[in-house]
Design a protein around this ligand. Structure first.
Ligand code: SF4
Length: 327
């Protein structure tokens, strides 16, 4: 039996290179993998409601994100792309799964504690139930492969526990979902400390103009022990070098040797990265501008994706209702 991919992303607007390296490139690659029958990518707009800030410009943010996905190479003929809220079956499944998920287990999810710290004035049920809804997102389509960042691994562990519990109580229904990490699962921001994130403003947008990319790369934090040009560097702890791994793979060895031997300065090293990054982004920027000329393109793709997603979701829910005694 073929495997099935599902991944969801909050509609955060224009995507950055961390989104691309950590997730989107994987989505694109999986499109060519014959191992899968469906590749399902969801704009998880219901999840976005957890944080009230994200509800501003929800539609526009979804549009910008999907436009970036398309420009990056996602093909709606090979992937189902749709908004989570347009498939109401997921909310029903979420409620059913919430009845078999122990509350104590949800309190132990590391991201819940983190979110409580981040938004102490709005500790809502959605924060706690987030992994249950995420489980519903995945298993509604009977997906077993989830290409997400390593920070989502604890959620997938919980998803497998919920699936096992459901299958034990009601009989074999869902496959257990597993994480499919990229070879570059965690991309740090230009501060070199925290994960690249739009909300932290430490990101480099895929569609940023070349000059802006250069400005952001120039402001990147490097090996802080390297104060003078003559100081030997430590590429293994430098975030600029981490990005060279992705954008300058042919010159990696040379950069590492020159850095350790103080033969290259950080300014030149960053300029090389900015140039290679811009070279990689040029075709993306062109495709994005071209797709943007059709104002209906993204909405038509989401509409079509919704129909295809609902066809799978309604079959799953018909079975689930029978299993739990609701039909
Ligand atoms: Fe980092 Fe490059 Fe400077 Fe070495 S030369 S510390 S790799 S920016």
């Amino acid at each position: 039996m073929k495997k099935r991919v599902f991944s969801g992303a909050r509609p955060t607007g224009k995507q950055h290179i961390g989104n691309y390296i950590g997730a989107i490139q994987n989505y694109v690659r999986l499109q060519e993998d014959e191992e899968f029958d469906y590749r399902i990518y969801c704009v998880v707009d219901l999840h976005a409601l957890i944080s009230l800030q994200e509800t501003e410009n929800l539609h526009q943010n979804a549009y910008e994100m999907v436009l970036d996905w398309l420009a990056a190479g996602m093909d709606p003929k090979k992937s189902i792309i749709f908004p989570q809220s347009r498939v109401p079956e997921v909310s029903e499944l979420h409620v059913i799964l919430s009845m078999i998920t122990p509350l104590g287990r949800l309190y132990r999810v590391p991201t819940f504690k983190e979110k409580v710290r981040q938004q102490p004035d709005n500790v809502n049920y959605g924060l706690l139930g987030y992994p249950v809804l995420m489980t519903g997102d995945i298993i509604l389509y009977k997906a077993d492969t989830v290409p997400v960042g390593e920070d989502q691994a604890p959620h997938l562990e919980l998803a497998r526990e919920i699936v096992r519990r459901f299958n034990n109580i009601f009989g074999e229904t869902f496959p257990e979902p597993f994480v499919r990490l990229t070879s570059f699962p965690r991309v740090l921001g230009i501060d070199g400390v925290q994960k690249m994130s739009k909300s932290l403003n430490n990101h480099i947008e895929l569609s940023a103009p070349a000059k802006e990319v250069e400005r952001r790369v120039k402001s990147m934090v490097t090996d802080q022990a390297r104060v003078y040009r003559t100081d030997p560097g430590h590429p293994e702890i430098c975030n600029v070098f981490s990005l060279h791994k992705f954008y300058s793979p042919d010159r990696l060895e040379e950069i590492a040797v020159d850095c350790r031997g103080a033969k290259i300065g950080c300014v030149d090293c960053k300029m090389m990265l900015a140039n290679n990054l811009n070279k990689a982004l040029d075709p993306f920027r062109e495709r994005r501008a071209q797709f943007a000329t059709d104002p209906n393109l993204v909405w038509d793709i989401l509409e079509d994706g919704t129909k295809r997603a609902r066809a799978i979701a309604s079959q799953t829910m018909a079975k689930v209702r029978q299993k739990v005694g609701l039909a």
